[in-house]
Design a protein around this ligand. Structure first.
Ligand SMILES: CC(C)(COP(=O)(O)OP(=O)(O)OC[C@H]1O[C@@H](n2cnc3c(N)ncnc32)[C@H](O)[C@@H]1OP(=O)(O)O)[C@@H](O)C(=O)NCCC(=O)NCCS
Length: 165
């Protein structure tokens, strides 16, 4: 059976987003945090499925630039294309909105995320030394990545979009 296309999501999706985030990261972003972010102009999420989401991405647009604030796939659903699907959908939506460049930060030791971002064309533009510092652990550098959505890249992310939650 073909998987349903990813869904755009707004503040009503704060609860499932917080639940997904809590299973993907140690750091807690609760429902209130997601709701507050999703009420900000230019901020939206993409879920892979409205009823049983397994992957999400949260983006914020400011003028013609955007940032991927966070993304994740449930541990038991990884490596099946859900992360790629939601991020591709988000980039398509950003491209449609006239965004020229998308930025994000990723821990240097996060090989799965770095591989996903590289597969979608992100390249490293900077480094923040010791940015991810946890008590009792060696600090890890953050890599700043970005991808251009304009010029010859136009159309690369032109996927059909469907409004959801
Ligand atoms: C990073 C993450 C979102 C990837 O989600 P996913 O649904 O497993 O990714 P996909 O199945 O769509 O993979 C797409 C591509 O990314 C790369 N990739 C993903 N996981 C990988 C892994 N463990 N090792 C190597 N490459 C990987 C591959 O290129 C893959 O394509 P392929 O399967 O055709 O080879 C997921 O591992 C995750 O939630 N990690 C914890 C949270 C996190 O780190 N978020 C990002 C913070 S910056």
């Amino acid at each position: 059976m073909t998987a349903p296309p990813p869904m755009l999501a707004g503040p009503a999706a704060a609860s499932p987003l917080a639940a997904l985030h809590g299973r993907c990261f140690d750091e807690i972003w609760d429902e209130h945090a997601f709701r507050a972010l999703l009420f900000l102009p230019g901020t939206f999420a993409v879920l892979d499925d409205a009823r049983e989401p397994r992957a999400f991405v949260l983006c914020r647009v400011v003028a013609d630039e955007a940032e991927i604030l966070t993304m994740g796939t449930l541990p038991n659903a990884r490596r099946r294309g859900a992360g790629r699907a939601v991020l591709t959908e988000a980039l398509a939506r950003l491209h449609e909105q006239g965004v020229a460049r998308v930025y994000l930060e990723v821990a240097e030791d996060n090989a799965p995320a770095r591989a996903l971002y590289a597969a979608l064309g992100f390249v490293q533009t900077g480094r923040r030394k010791g940015y991810y510092a946890m008590p009792g652990r060696t600090a890890v550098d953050a890599l700043a990545l970005s991808v251009g959505l304009g010029g010859s890249d136009a159309g690369r992310f032109a996927a059909p979009l469907r409004f959801g939650v």
